[in-house]
Write a protein that binds this ligand. Structure first.
Ligand SMILES: [Zn+2]
Length: 199
């Protein structure tokens, strides 16, 4: 069992609707999207408010459906990490990468760091959005399609966030958005450089 994913798989499914799960719904263990996330998710990026919403939703549903209750791993993450951090600042971001899924940790980590920049730096997020809006509808649709195998393509913010993370990550020219790298990497890099963001 992947140790990282035993903590984060259900929370990312709730946050993003990954691997065919439903965003905003708490999954039971053992479903197809859950097992896929357990096997293939190499990293996670989660905003504090979404993590807290996941735990509240599990608490609400757990009595009526014990199969949904927190696992031991999720429970220790809640009590040892989320609870103490929330007391200081509820707007934290949690990043995780797994050496069990990929040997290229710098690549995974760079991808997740771009997500953190997108979440935490309002100016960067606004500039990336502004750039995304300059793309033609057809180009946006092609990018959405390339991302749709892994991500919920109806989630516009997730699309924009994954667009920048895959292109700016280490070796973005080999990412699932490789076909779009030559066209969009220079512009995104310029936005990041202007704000002095680099990893
Ligand atoms: Zn991502």
């Amino acid at each position: 069992m992947n140790r990282m994913n035993s903590v984060f798989a259900r929370i990312s499914m709730f946050a993003e609707g990954i691997y065919g799960s439903k965003r905003g719904e708490v999954s039971e263990f053992g479903t197809k999207p859950y097992l896929t996330a357990m096997a293939f998710a190499g990293g996670h990026d989660l905003r504090g408010p979404v993590v807290s919403a996941f735990f509240s939703e599990v608490e609400r549903q757990c009595q009526g459906n014990p199969r949904i209750c927190l696992s031991k791993e999720e429970e220790s993450f809640r009590s040892q990490v989320v609870h103490p951090i929330s007391m200081v600042n509820p707007n934290f971001v949690v990043l995780a990468v797994s050496a069990e899924v990929s040997e290229d940790l710098p690549l995974l980590l760079s991808h997740e760091l771009w997500h953190a920049a997108f979440f935490l730096n309002d100016g960067y997020r606004a500039s990336v959005y502004a750039y995304w809006k300059t793309l033609q509808a057809q180009e946006q649709a092609r990018i959405r399609k390339a991302l749709s195998a892994t991500y919920d393509s109806s989630d516009e913010e997730l699309m924009v966030n994954e667009f920048q993370a895959h292109l700016l990550q280490k070796d973005g020219h080999e990412s699932i958005l490789a076909a779009f790298h030559a066209r969009h990497f220079p512009k995104l890099k310029k936005i990041a450089d202007k704000l002095r963001i680099k990893f």
